[in-house]
Write a protein that binds this ligand. Sequence first.
Ligand code: PGA
Length: 315
Amino acid sequence: MRSHTTFRQLEIFEAIARLGSFTRASEELYLTQPTVSMQMKKLTEAVGVPLIEQVGKKLHLTPDGQHLAQATREIFSTLDRFAMSVAERKGLKQGQLSLMAITTASYFAPRLLGEFSKLYPGIDVSLRVTNKEQVLASMADGLDDLYFVGQPPEDIDVVATPIMDNPIVVLAAPDHPLAHRKKIPLDRIAAEPWLMREKGSGTRNAIERMFSGHGLNIHPRLELGSNEAIKQAILVGLGISALSRDTLALNQPGQFAELDVEGFPILRHWYAVYPAARQLSVVARAFLEYLLDRAEAAPAAAVGKRSPEAKDVGR
Ligand code: PGA
């Protein structure tokens, strides 16, 4: 049958089988009715058994016709998948990826982008680092492809995928009197002079939630709008703070003391988030896949379990 059957004939047969009518098949395929009839006659001759029967005005597929209809559907869907994968790979050669990261995510996001850009050098990537308010506003308007945040928003319907651990650790100057103490009680550490990020910061929220969950309050001695400013203030002995361990990425080991405080580190995660209503571009999907593969390949650094903060975990 193969040497005498053309792709066009199978296409016509599939349309007739699906629409139950020569006329409608010819309209859908922009062919004349005699052409459709002629091609069906040739196909039936090539197969050697009847495929379609006419009962009154209605068309019916014979059992062989039904098998052939099934086979043609499978052929077409395989070809569609092939065409889609070619289009996807073509799409990945060039394209744009627009990302937004909340302040502290700036310590790891450029590294991830660097690795991804090496894999796909034709893709232009832009990363904006900003505060929570602007991240939420952009997310609500669907302006960027993906967002790196420490906590998925609750009032926007999003798909949030945990991509890495984000432990919040208590930091002090290396010569701080508590630097070598074990299991420092929470109420003891609450009495220290604290250096806090600005109100609304995810890090600050996590710390405040932790203390208030134990019936404690901390009184910031200084409020500083960046992780780097806090680190400087710690080093000159103005107080202690708790920050994401990622903020130490470029510091020498031993430059800060990580205090052993009960209840710390606070275990949080970094999430890649996008609005649920948004259809991810081919490029954004490839980037998300890359983040997930990376997380799976480095389980020590990745997050295995789903956090209660996550509203949905996409893949
Ligand atoms: P922040 O957010 O930079 O606003 O503290 C990070 C986080 O939510 O962990």
